[in-house]
Design a protein around this ligand. Structure first.
Ligand SMILES: Cc1cc2nc3c(=O)[nH]c(=O)nc-3n(C[C@H](O)[C@H](O)[C@H](O)COP(=O)(O)OP(=O)(O)OC[C@H]3O[C@@H](n4cnc5c(N)ncnc54)[C@H](O)[C@@H]3O)c2cc1C
Length: 284
């Protein structure tokens, strides 16, 4: 289908982008890579009067070192992130997840910030961002605020970013030397996750010293498997011990039910995939 007609502006700075948002109010919509928004416009599920394209806002693009963490500009494309040395060294879990997003064409257009702002529960970047304790830098008319990952994902397709605000960057504390794995379960390649598990671990003296685990598509927002993380601390690196620690992965989750599987099936998948993800992250 052809989208409803709209005006188009392409600011070259964040200040200009915020001014455009203010000037056009509810009728405006930010466009980043367009990989989620354009299908929505084509299906006429949305009909904004104005698209504000962030593609020329250079300050929103790139990965930078800020000492304790790395800062990922919201307009950094998946493909740029995958090739970035800082990302690979300090945020391996997000790199592993991004590798599984869609196909090379979409990874060349889609952006890390666009995906996080879109907040599709089956999207692959939310759970790793949550597990890595990312912080979200949001700018708006009253300046900049920083929102922790635990407060960023509010509900289905809903984040802490207000209508008059822009997600500018994601800050990820360095997880240098941590093993990482993203275990994505799909029936056919390039599919969205039926369930996926993001796991990153720090191994010391043959045991798991620390573990962080995020779940994809086990509820309306990405989830953190805190009880598993607690059980994994100090855990021996054997299949049996890790399997036992991961048995509670689905506790407290509310997975969707659809043609890909019912809630019980997804709960079962979550425990199996968590064990696999943790063992792979630990190199066992
Ligand atoms: C065929 C297909 C398969 C896909 N498969 C997967 C998959 O397997 N896994 C996966 O994770 N994703 C998948 N995607 C989605 C893809 O990752 C999208 O690129 C991503 O969800 C959105 O990123 P974008 O940069 O294209 O954002 P856009 O589509 O441009 O924007 C998405 C939404 O976010 C808002 N937005 C964008 N940037 C900002 C910002 N900086 N501040 C505030 N709001 C903003 C927009 O207004 C819009 O509402 C797939 C998409 C397609 C078309």
């Amino acid at each position: 289908m052809i989208p409803a007609s709209f005006d188009y502006v392409a600011p070259t700075s964040l200040v200009q982008a915020l001014e455009a948002l203010r000037d056009h109010g509810d009728g405006a919509k930010i466009i980043a890579g367009g990989q989620s928004l354009l299908p929505i416009l084509r299906m006429r599920m949305a009909a904004p009067e104005v698209l504000i394209d962030l593609g020329n806002v250079a300050e929103l693009r790139g990965v930078f070192d800020d000492g304790e963490g790395i800062v990922v500009g919201a307009m950094t494309r998946y493909d740029e992130f995958l090739r970035d040395e800082l990302a690979r060294e300090h945020a391996g879990l997000l790199v592993e997840a991004v590798k599984t997003v869609a196909d090379p064409q979409i990874r060349h257009r889609g952006t890390i910030g666009g995906a996080l702002a879109h907040a599709d529960p089956a999207g692959d970047v939310g759970a790793p961002a949550l597990a890595l304790d990312a912080e979200f830098v949001i700018v708006g008319p009253s300046g900049q605020r920083v929102v922790p990952a635990a407060e960023f994902f509010v509900d289905l397709f809903t984040t802490a970013v207000g209508d008059d605000e822009i997600l500018a960057a994601i800050r990820i504390p360095k997880h240098t030397g941590w093993g990482a794995h993203y275990e994505k379960f799909v029936r056919v390649v390039h599919q969205w996750s039926i369930v996926a598990v993001a796991a990153t671990v720090r191994v010391e003296d043959g045991r798991i010293a620390e573990a962080k685990v995020g779940l994809t598509n086990m509820g309306p927002t990405p989830l953190r498997a805190r009880s598993v993380e607690g059980a994994l601390a100090g855990c021996e690196l054997t299949e049996e011990a890790v399997g036992a620690a991961c048995a509670s992965a689905a506790d407290g989750t509310h997975p969707p039910e659809d043609l890909q599987g019912d809630a019980d099936y997804r709960r079962h998948l979550a425990t199996v995939l968590t064990r696999r993800a943790v063992l792979a992250a630990a190199g066992a």
